[in-house]
Design a protein around this ligand. Structure first.
Ligand code: ASP
Length: 583
């Protein structure tokens, strides 16, 4: 037998028990005639003690043990004279009688501790060692718990967990597909699902009523911070529902997860913000509403004072950073650099300091009097001591830039507390997005999203203005989930494809099976999918979803441990009827 107990469970009331433990060696230290060994497993750390006086031979063997050796010991639980209040097992130790090395270890390339000396690349290369670190284990345990609670909740509500295939044909979530060449059908390819979207709709047509699945999705997107080519969604769909039915179930699920996983109670209904209002007030469709600092449109009050940049601008907006009027020249210059970074791309930034003595100091004092600046301050309800930050230009871009600046100022002011959570729904998204260059319409969510009933007529006259029956769940500035009420008639689906620039043949070729299914009695339906990795990362207080995935890829989409992607041999290529053409 390898163990009677794990390394995290023995306590004072186990004193004098004879136990067998197995685990990894965290560290070995010698103090006089005593050798202490920390033995670690997923459950914790237990101190082992070897006494030179009682067993010199065993004690010598213990001194030869190295970090990460796997051992099995037999011994007696004893009270520690030198207790460690930091450890749950810190009151006891095991006086070892018998030691067996189960497997040796080379010196690991980084320390297996929460605060490790290993950089990310090396930890990904030796992920199996990284996985031993308690912080990593904590993240994966939390992931398990969250998944279980999702299953509990949804099963209790009558949802069925049904798997859908990975080897399919393109699904339209707007990214590039990963493709898999087919051996049996020469020159043909499967695509890996970007999401189970069409399958879950077909399950509704198949009469399953309520479906969910915690499943992998694959999207071949260009490098973007914290994206993974494969990630996990909680994918859900329901029949005979309107938006309200869907939001109500999934708001309840969200509350259930907060309660059971984080012990946080949300009594109130989540706020709902219309897409247009979110953009106007926060410069983002995934606003972080842990703090206010809303964007104000000051276009009307700043024009016609001789300041050309403002006079020429389509839009001028401002935020008020409370209590930051004491920002130095240098700090302000840094802020200007911040908004000019290519990721944000602003041309500049105007500041107005509302000094404690009630006077104003701004970067546009040449054009604006103290009274003018007071009007701005009043518009933003600023107080003496506050700092106003103003940006101008094209409306859409300026709002986005102000949104980024708002997040940065929130961060600097400590308003983005990781332990505070602010969920909300964004509703009434536009149905279409227009490609600025070609004028072509794209589906903002995906082509199966239904327009809001009251907007259907606009499809012929003013498609730009149509709102979709689509919604996102946003928490702390992250889009955690998104979904929609779906189109369920052939007529509407055909119109939609037409607006999206599909010819009848293209629509038939790609989605004929779905349109056909609509001809055989499709129930009104709708659903949502949540980014499971992001959600767990948020619960875990992690900035990166890699922290809560067992075997993540690096930012360039490579698995550094197994070294993938990699070349395949000639025979495999031949089987697949493929030839590599070097660039
Ligand atoms: N399939 C959608 C997505 O992956 C979610 C949905 O509409 O349910 O974003």
């Amino acid at each position: 037998m390898y163990r009677t107990n794990n390394c995290g469970e023995l306590r004072l009331n186990d004193i004098n028990k004879e136990v067998t433990l197995s685990g990894w060696i965290q560290k070995v230290r010698k103090l006089g005639g005593m050798t202490f060994v920390d033995l670690r497993d997923r459950y914790g750390i237990t101190q082992l003690v070897f006494n030179e006086e009682t067993n010199a031979e065993l004690s010598e063997e213990a001194q030869k043990l190295g970090r990460e050796f796997v051992i099995k010991i037999k011994g007696t639980v004893a009270e520690r004279s030198n207790k460690n209040p930091e450890l749950p097992t810190g009151d006891i130790e095991i006086a070892v009688r018998n030691l067996e090395i189960l497997s040796k270890s080379e010196v690991p390339p980084f320390t297996i501790e929460n605060e490790t000396d290993g950089g990310e690349e090396i930890r990904l290369k030796y992920r199996y060692l990284d996985l031993r670190r308690p912080v990593v284990q904590k993240g994966l345990i939390l992931r398990h718990k969250t998944a279980q609670e999702i299953r509990n909740f949804l099963s209790n509500k009558g949802f069925l967990e049904i798997e859908t295939p990975f080897l399919i044909k393109s699904t339209p979530e707007g990214a590039r597909d990963f493709v898999v060449p087919s051996r049996m059908s020469e020159g043909k390819f499967y695509a890996l699902p970007q999401s189970p979207q069409v399958f879950k709709q077909l399950l509704m047509i198949g009469g399953y009523d309520k479906y969910f699945q915690i499943t992998k999705c694959f999207r071949d997107e260009d490098f973007r911070a914290d994206r993974q080519p494969e990630f996990t969604q909680i994918d859900c769909e329901m029949s005979f529902v309107e938006r309200e039915d869907i939001l109500s179930v999934f708001e309840e699920m969200t509350k259930h997860l907060f309660k059971t996983v984080k012990n946080i109670d949300f009594k109130e209904a989540f706020p709902r913000i219309k897409y247009d209002d979110a953009i106007e007030n926060y410069g983002s469709d995934k606003p972080d509403i842990r703090f206010e600092m809303k964007i104000h449109n000051i276009s009307e009050i700043v024009k016609n004072k001789g300041f050309k940049i403002f006079n020429d601008a389509e839009y001028i907006g401002a935020i008020c950073a409370e209590g930051l009027a004491n920002y130095s020249r240098k700090q302000l210059d840094k802020l200007v650099d911040f908004v000019k970074r290519p990721q944000i791309g602003a041309k500049g930034l105007v500041y107005v300091k509302y000094n404690e003595d009630g006077t104003f100091k701004s970067s546009v004092d040449k054009f604006y009097s103290q009274d003018d600046l007071k009007t701005w301050a009043d518009k933003l309800s600023a107080k003496p001591g506050d700092l106003l930050l103003v940006m101008s230009g094209n409306k859409k871009e300026t709002l986005t830039q102000l949104g980024e600046l708002r997040l940065e100022m929130g961060e600097r002011s400590g308003l983005r507390d990781k332990n505070k959570f602010a969920p909300l729904w964004i509703i009434d998204f536009p149905l279409f997005e227009k490609d600025e260059e070609t004028g072509q319409l794209h589906a903002m969510h995906h082509p199966f999203t239904s327009p809001k009933t009251e907007d259907t007529e606009l499809l012929e006259t003013n498609p730009d203005a149509i709102k979709a029956d689509a919604y996102d769940l946003v928490i702390n500035g992250n889009e955690i989930g998104g979904g929609s009420v779906r189109i369920h008639t052939v007529e509407m689906q055909e119109k939609m494809f037409k607006h999206l620039g599909f010819t009848k043949e293209e629509a038939e070729e790609q989605f004929g099976f779905l349109m056909n299914a609509f001809k055989y009695g499709a129930p009104p339906h709708g659903g949502i999918a949540f980014g499971f990795d992001r959600w767990v990362a948020l619960f875990n207080g992690s900035d990166s979803i890699r922290d809560v995935m067992a075997f993540p890829k690096n930012n360039a989409g490579r698995d550094l441990m197994i070294d993938a992607p990699s070349e395949i041999d000639k025979l495999q290529l031949d089987d697949l009827h493929l030839k590599i053409v070097k660039k």
